[in-house]
Design a protein around this ligand. Structure first.
Ligand SMILES: [Zn+2]
Length: 371
């Protein structure tokens, strides 16, 4: 048994909310983080039919990629289908959480899933790459309590450097203090200068784990007032960014690439923006969602084709005028997040013994039909 808060805390180690673009309403959208979860459902969109599907399946937690509340609610008039849907979610105790651009930006998140599908190699983000700063903790602890604290810190996520886990460094020394009359010393007596054989443990961890690590330290450290240093260090932080650029295994024509996308994304139709269907292409940029506005970034990376959804008429003209080729497979290709999210949550479910059921919405929420 678990609750929404515990599930999303695990997810946010993978794609923290602060990796989202400014103004993107990610996180808890509706409901309660304390909501007990028996069954969760992952979905691309939260639409009235998706809510009906959740109710039918006794789902208590919906995890969505697209934010459900995308326009401010001015009147809660239930004649509006969107409001009716919110009311239905509340009535059935269903909590909704969304991970949007933080999931797009995350390493091994949405844009990597799309790039995986196209089998792109030598990848880098399309848009500006961010780096999450690392913090270093140096904590002084009595020798007898050192192993327990070190293990607790690494269990909480400290000590990861690249592919290495449980990284730490230890020095032995002597700690000195004089407990004052209102203190409650674990070692030593009030008003008596005390010396203790201590260890200094050093570990690094990403900024996002700051409160978790400090909470762990305060719980596990035996002293009333643990002594520690905490500082930001440069380099080796986790890099993240929007979109992906990479190479196809073989060069092909624009037409062949468009057919390749159709097969990979399992879609009947797509739009091609080009004045030369025979042009040979190999270097591809992909950005899930509505990425038309970022075509200049694709030009800067000197890609042959830019794959993104919702390209508008005039942006299409600009893309051609700049000698770029674009393929628009539609926004709905992001539905590939469903199996990937189901797999991730199922894995965390097993690791944490949550004993929940993880479903994926079976509905197609693409608003467009091609005839
Ligand atoms: Zn999207």
């Amino acid at each position: 048994m678990t609750n929404v808060g515990e599930i999303v805390a695990r997810f946010e180690q993978f794609a923290p909310q602060n990796w989202a673009e400014d103004g993107d309403p990610v996180g808890l959208q509706l409901g309660d983080l304390k909501q007990t979860v028996h069954k969760m459902m992952v979905t691309l969109d939260v639409r009235p039919e998706v809510v009906d599907e959740a109710i039918k399946n006794n789902v208590d937690f919906i995890f969505a990629h697209h934010p459900v509340i995308f326009r401010p609610i001015k009147k809660f008039d239930l004649a509006d289908p969107q409001n009716k849907m919110y009311a239905s979610l509340i009535k059935h105790n269903i909590t909704v959480y969304t991970a949007h651009t933080n999931l797009d930006n995350a390493p091994n998140g949405m844009n990597d899933w799309l790039a995986d599908l196209l089998e792109l190699s030598k990848r880098e983000p399309l848009l500006k790459e961010h780096e999450e700063s690392l913090l270093k903790l140096a904590v002084f602890v009595p020798k007898k309590a050192a192993a327990k604290l070190r293990n607790a810190l690494t269990t909480a996520g400290a000590g990861q450097i690249g592919d290495y886990l449980d990284c730490s460094y230890t020095l032995s020394g002597i700690g000195r203090f004089t407990p004052q009359k209102d203190s409650h010393p674990t070692i030593g007596k009030k008003l008596e200068p005390t010396e203790v054989a201590e260890e200094k443990i050093e570990v690094v961890f990403p900024q996002k784990l700051r409160s978790k690590i400090l909470k762990t330290l305060r719980i596990v450290h035996p002293y009333e007032e643990p002594a520690f240093d905490l500082f930001e260090i440069q380099g080796n932080g986790i890099k993240y960014g929007m979109g992906r650029v990479g190479n196809l295994e073989h060069e092909m024509s624009v037409t062949e690439f468009a057919k390749y996308c159709q097969a990979k994304f399992k879609i009947a139709h797509l739009r091609i923006v080009t004045d030369d269907l025979e042009k040979r292409v190999k270097k591809i940029a992909i950005l899930g969602g509505s990425g038309g506005q970022f075509y200049r970034e694709a030009l800067k990376k000197e890609v042959d084709v830019y794959v993104t959804g919702d390209i508008s008429y005039h942006t299409g003209h600009d893309i051609i005028a700049n000698g770029l080729v674009a393929v628009d497979p539609g926004h709905h290709i992001e539905q590939i997040c469903k199996p990937y999210l189901q797999e991730l949550f199922s894995k965390w479910n097993a690791e944490n013994s949550w004993k929940i059921e993880v479903l994926q919405s079976k509905l197609i929420t693409d608003p467009f039909i091609f005839i």
